[in-house]
Ligand binder design. Structure first.
Ligand SMILES: Nc1ncnc2c1ncn2[C@@H]1O[C@H](COP(=O)(O)OP(=O)(O)O)[C@@H](O)[C@H]1O
Ligand SMILES: [Mg+2]
Length: 268
C-alpha cells in the first residue's frame, strides 16, 4: 500500500488555504502574571511571513523577542490573538497534534544550544527524526548529510563537550533542520559566541536559506547579522514599530524535496 501524505500541501479541510502565507500572526497579546503583577509583554503584534523569507526580529533586551518566537513556535500560548500556518489557526489544535505539528514544521535554534551532553553530534542531530519515528537509517543518513553541510562531517562522533562553541551551534542548527522544517526560528543564535565564529554561522544560515528555501525568523541584537537579513521586524513596547516588508527570494525553492521545477520556456 502506498502511503500518501498531505505534508506541505498547504491545505486544510474546509479552509481554502492555497493563497495563505506560511505564517500570519494576528493581534497577538501576551500577559505574564508574576508575583501578583501583570506584565503585558506583547500588545497587539501583527505580521505575515512568506515562504522563503529571512527576517530579523530586533528590539531591546526584554522587548519580547523570545516570547514572540516561543508563541510562533507553539511552545507557549498567546493570551489573545492567533498564529496561523497556511491559514490554519494552531491555537485550536490539541496538545498531541500540536506536538506532531511542531516536530514536523518548526525547527528551533536557541542561544544556548541545548544539545544532550551524553550523545554525540550525530545522535543529537538524529534525535528529532527518531522522536518522529522515522526509520533509523533514514535519520542517520539525513543527520550525516546535514552535519556535512554545516561543515562538521569530521566531527560526527564528538560529544558536545568535545566541540567548540561555534561547532556546538552548528550541530544545533543541523538538528533543527533534520525534519526539514518549513520554518526555522533562531533565538540569538550567535549571542553566545565570538564575532568571527558568529560570521560563519551567519553565512551558514544564508546558505541554508538559499539551498533549502528554509523560511527563517532570527531574533538578534547582533546588528551585523540583522543588517544582512533582507527583512527587519522591530519590536518595542510590545508592538511591531517597524517592518521593512517582505523581500521574496529570487528563486522560491520547495519547502519539501520535490521534483525540479520545469525548465523556463525558450525565448521568453
Ligand atoms: N515566563 C515568564 N514569566 C514572567 N515574565 C516573563 C516570562 N518570560 C518573559 N518574561 C518577561 O517578559 C519580558 C520579555 O522577555 P523576552 O521575551 O525574553 O525578551 P527578549 O527576548 O526580547 O529579551 C521581560 O520583561 C521578561 O522579564
Ligand atoms: Mg530573548
Amino acid at each position: 500500500m502506498t502511503e500518501r501524505t498531505t505534508e506541505g500541501a498547504g491545505t486544510v479541510a474546509g479552509e481554502p488555504a492555497a493563497e495563505a502565507p506560511l505564517l500570519r500572526v494576528r493581534d497577538l497579546h501576551k500577559v505574564f502574571v508574576h508575583g501578583g503583577k501583570q506584565l503585558h509583554v506583547l500588545r497587539g503584534v501583527d505580521f505575515v511571513i512568506h515562504r522563503g523569507e529571512m527576517a530579523a526580529l530586533v528590539g531591546a533586551s526584554g522587548a519580547g523577542k523570545s516570547t514572540l518566537l516561543h508563541i510562533v513556535g507553539t511552545l507557549d500560548a498567546p493570551t489573545a490573538g492567533r498564529v496561523e500556518f497556511d491559514g490554519r489557526d494552531v491555537s485550536r489544535m490539541d496538545s498531541r497534534s500540536l506536538a506532531v505539528f511542531r516536530n514536523r514544521t518548526i525547527g528551533f535554534v536557541f542561544q544556548f544550544h541545548h544539545l544532550l551532553p551524553e550523545f554525540n553530534a550525530l545522535e543529537n542531530v538524529m534525535l528529532p527524526a527518531i522522536i518522529a519515528r522515522r526509520p533509523r537509517e533514514e535519520a542517520r543518513s539525513r543527520a550525516e548529510r546535514l552535519l556535512g553541510e554545516v561543515g562538521l562531517g569530521e566531527r560526527t562522533t564528538h560529544r558536545p563537550s568535545e566541540l567548540s562553541g561555534g561547532e556546538q551551534q552548528r550541530v544545533a542548527i543541523a538538528r533543527a533542520l533534520v525534519m526539514e522544517p518549513r520554518l526555522l526560528l533562531a533565538d540569538e543564535p550567535t549571542g553566545n559566541i565570538d564575532s568571527q565564529t558568529a560570521a560563519g554561522i551567519h553565512e551558514l544560515l544564508f546558505s541554508l536559506n538559499r539551498r533549502h528555501g528554509t523560511t527563517m525568523i532570527v531574533a538578534t541584537h547582533d546588528e551585523r547579522l540583522a543588517a544582512k537579513l533582507p527583512r527587519r521586524l522591530e519590536i518595542r513596547d510590545g508592538q511591531v514599530v517597524r517592518d521593512t516588508g517582505a523581500v521574496l527570494p529570487c528563486v522560491e525553492l520547495p519547502a519539501v524535496p520535490g521534483p525540479p521545477p520545469p525548465a523556463p520556456a525558450a525565448g521568453d
